[in-house]
Design a binder for this molecule. Structure first.
Ligand code: ADP
Length: 269
């Protein structure tokens, strides 16, 4: 996008020349566009659950309802309010991370108990999935911010459940190679079309096919994940087959035991 500034020069009445300045404002234009896209998506995403909350509350207030119906509506209100709260947290996270205001409290942390906790929490939310943890590494520590790493695991597991609407096994596998610690999140769900894979970690990107479309989400989860992973000098990759399932793999630098011993025990660094 080019902005053109044009000024005619005069000497008395006589035109002596023209100054033309071309300025490339593509970056500013893109930032503006991203901001307004963000605002419109945010308001759209917030409006839907909010409309449900308002609608069902109104019904409860103004209609004589059977107790079972009341309970059903209250459950809907509760779920939608929960969704609203998750959305607001996602928006705030992204905003904090992008403005560089997010702080990270990095320590040597063992990922096994963190994964166990996240799995336990997610397992109770579903009856049709079975989540398994397989540990194939000797050293299972990374240098990380515990609550942010927990958020990464939670998002990936939650997606594995959400995008496997028919259920199935979900396997979380920890493995290692010479320099890195890897964690796979494998599901037997919808899978991801090849042309979508390069866009998965973009903000607000959601796969727009019939299977995925009706599953709720903001398209922010994976961009939050990739942002956090980057801060931990790690990476994330995806391998998927449409209709069969997906594997999301996190890779973190392996901790050198000497480093851990030399640093004062679990001090913030
Ligand atoms: P959200 O789930 O809120 O839409 P995400 O950023 O977490 O946003 O994911 C982006 C998109 O990637 C999702 O809309 C979904 O289409 C796809 N996706 C993510 N995880 C999986 C998975 N395990 N299986 C299939 N598709 C997935």
């Amino acid at each position: 996008v080019i902005q053109v500034y044009c000024k005619k020069m005069f000497n008395g009445e006589k035109e002596t020349g023209t100054i033309i300045v071309h300025r490339d404002i593509t970056k500013e234009f893109e930032v503006d566009q991203m901001k307004s896209e963000f605002v419109s998506t945010v308001s759209h995403e917030l409006r839907t659950p909010l409309a449900s909350v308002l609608g069902f509350t109104e019904l409860l207030l103004h209609k004589e309802l059977k107790p079972e119906r009341k309970t059903k509506y209250l459950k809907t209100i509760f779920n939608e309010a929960q969704r609203l709260s998750a959305l607001i947290n996602d928006f705030l996270d992204i905003q904090r991370m992008e403005s560089g205001k997010q702080t990270y409290d990095k320590k040597f942390i063992n990922i096994v108990p963190i994964l166990e906790k996240v799995i336990e929490h997610q397992q109770v939310q579903t009856l049709i999935h079975q989540i398994h943890l397989s540990i194939g590494a000797q050293q299972t520590r990374i240098l990380g911010d515990k609550s942010r790493i927990e958020q990464v695991f939670g998002n990936l597991l939650n997606n594995a459940i959400k995008y496997s609407p028919k259920g199935g096994d979900i396997v979380v596998r920890i493995r290692e190679d010479e320099n890195s610690l890897k964690i796979d999140f494998k599901d037997e769900g919808l899978g991801i079309p090849n042309d979508a894979i390069p866009h998965l970690f973009e903000k607000f990107y959601r796969i727009d096919n019939t299977d995925h479309r009706h599953i709720g989400g903001t398209g922010l989860g994976l961009s939050i994940v990739s942002e956090i992973v980057k801060i931990h000098d790690g990476s994330i990759s995806v391998d998927s087959e449409l209709g069969k399932g997906s594997v999301f793999t996190l890779t973190f630098p392996k901790i050198i035991l000497e480093d851990m011993k030399n640093s004062e025990k679990n001090v913030n660094i």
